[in-house]
Every structure is written in structure tokens, then in C-alpha cells.
Design a protein around this ligand. Structure first.
Ligand code: AMP
Length: 112
């Protein structure tokens, strides 16, 4: 498996870790788009949001529990944005499900 995020999960590639449990890993994005920008990923390989199903959606539920906790512990009390890009048109560049958790500034809407 040549997936870069699977390699990060296995410790083969370093990351700036923020949080880890049995199902979820959170680390800082190497190209931050906000003062706070972390990636929240399942430890198991799921290709993207289009690959979420009854067998793995419990991991996504855990991811959003973690996001709620991090929004407080990381000081994003004024608001935050969660984004997942799926597929070519959305600009997904890593084919391992990940949620961008961003905060620390105001965000415009609709996103471009
Ligand atoms: P996306 O373009 O939505 O698939 O998001 C992929 C994200 O992964 C981008 O924001 C990249 O900056 C980030 N990224 C890629 N490689 C790494 C890495 N080794 N460590 C941290 N973030 C990464």
C-alpha cells in the first residue's frame, strides 16, 4: 500500500501529531490554510467520502466526536470549518479519507 496517510498511521512517515486513539489520528496539515489546520483521518484505509458505508461509518461518527472535542481543546471557540474533498473535481489530492479541521480565522461562504 503506497498510501501516504497509511504510512503516517504506521509511523513510517513523521507527522505533527495532535491526537490519536484506536480508530482516529489527527495531525497538522503541512500546508496550513488557517492558523489552526489539522487533518482528522481514520486509521483504517477508506478512500474518501464516497467509500463510507455501513461497515465503516462508526469510524466517521468517532471522527466527529473527536472534532467536537478538538474544537474546544484547540481553542476554536469562535467557530471552525470541517471540509472533505472527494474526487478530482473537488481537488482531493490524497486518496485516504480525511477531514480538514480549520479554525482561528473567519471563513467566507460559499467556498470557491
Ligand atoms: P486534499 O487536497 O483535500 O486531499 O487534502 C490533502 C491535504 O494533505 C493537503 O492539505 C496537504 O497539505 C496535506 N498533506 C499532504 N501530505 C501531508 C503530510 N505528509 N503531512 C501533513 N499533511 C499533508
Amino acid at each position: 500500500m503506497s498510501c501516504i496517510f497509511c504510512k503516517i498511521v504506521k509511523g513510517e512517515i513523521p507527522c505533527s501529531k495532535v491526537y490519536e486513539d484506536d480508530l482516529v489520528l489527527v495531525f497538522n496539515d503541512i500546508d496550513p490554510q488557517a492558523p489552526k489546520h489539522m487533518l482528522v483521518i481514520p486509521k483504517e484505509h477508506i478512500g474518501g467520502a464516497a467509500d463510507i458505508n455501513k461497515g465503516n461509518s462508526h469510524v466517521v461518527a468517532r471522527i466527529f466526536e473527536v472534532i467536537a472535542d478538538l474544537s474546544k481543546s484547540e481553542g476554536m471557540l469562535e467557530g471552525f470549518r470541517v471540509v472533505t474533498n472527494n474526487g478530482k473535481d473537488a481537488g482531493q489530492s490524497v486518496d485516504h479519507l480525511h477531514f480538514h479541521l480549520m479554525g482561528g480565522r473567519k471563513f467566507s461562504w460559499p467556498a470557491g
